[in-house]
Design a protein around this ligand. Sequence first.
Ligand SMILES: Nc1ncnc2c1ncn2[C@@H]1O[C@H](COP(=O)(O)OP(=O)(O)OP(=O)(O)O)[C@@H](O)[C@H]1O
Ligand SMILES: [Mg+2]
Length: 354
Amino acid sequence: MSNEVKVSIRNLYKIFGPNPKAMMQHVRDGMGKPELLEQYNHVLGLQDINVDIRQGEITVIMGLSGSGKSTLIRHLNRLIDPTAGEVIVNGEDVLAYGQAKLAKLRQNTMSMVFQKFALFPHQTVLSNAGMSRRVRGESGDIADTEGQKWLDRVGLSGYGGHYPGQLSGGMQQRVGIARALASDSEIMLMDEAFSALDPLIRTDMQDLLLELQRELHKTIVFITHDLDEALKLADHLVILKDGAVVQQGEPQEILLHPNDDYIIDFISDINRARVLRVRSIMEKTDHAGEGVVGEVSPNQNLESVIAISGGDTNLHYRVMEDGKQIGLLHMRDLVKALVPVEAADPARRAASAA
Ligand SMILES: Nc1ncnc2c1ncn2[C@@H]1O[C@H](COP(=O)(O)OP(=O)(O)OP(=O)(O)O)[C@@H](O)[C@H]1O
Ligand SMILES: [Mg+2]
């Protein structure tokens, strides 16, 4: 069952330059980003984006630098207006919003966590954490209570009286997350929120986000250029290239069925045994099956099954969820899933060897 759509992006285009509206026809006629820049000196920031962002899910927007990630996320709270298309939030077209409704959207419905933390250096950590409440006109008491509650939750009890400059980068980003959570907004926008952090701290922050999310079920839009981060966090993954969506879907689905050479290259280096899960490759059946040697869980990764199988490709496992069989895992299918599409396809294998 799919969750309700919280934000719907429909046929969205953004062209940067002196006369973007006039460029729309060229783009609709099929002109791409390089040609538009070369011939008309306009930048095609986004082209025909259609994405549904669902309630309670982490939607990850991934792409290389310049692919349009920040441009896209800034449309959601209308820091940028589109050249064409619609952004529907909770069933309402935000492009029709006047100043008052827009302010409410930014203060109450959405909160943002930035790459560079964006804390106020001359205000205490506690004051930063409760900022959104104060901006909204709520009392200092409420701001402090909520700020403190979320500082505790992100592991910063006792730091409320410090100033941001006295904290490490990872701690400052925890304050950024506490501030977003303290606003109690339904939607959290995170633009490269963890990209400035050291790898180990970054992993900690990803784990913290997932842990909080299991409890809070926020609607999160998370931007990254890092594939491992995207695969770890995403319920729904959107891959952008040159301002267009190349593929979107459940991450496991994209890994197993990449629909474009660009994606195939992108995912060619990942550790598939670690990322792919039993549920993605099992045969869905409640038939007992023959030669079953044990039970596995649908969310186990393939690496862990290889370990218990001792590498024997003739084995079969029963896949169990809540005490019931939901499928059979055949080790032969598991081994096939470990091979990326390129290596499995003779034509591509020949092309890449040439
Ligand atoms: N105000 C602007 N004026 C002109 N071009 C812009 C403007 N903002 C963005 N662009 C262009 O739009 C494209 C998308 O930029 P955007 O910042 O969204 O990329 P990004 O995917 O967030 O990249 P990064 O990973 O480097 O943050 C780029 O080609 C950029 O040059
Ligand atoms: Mg960006």
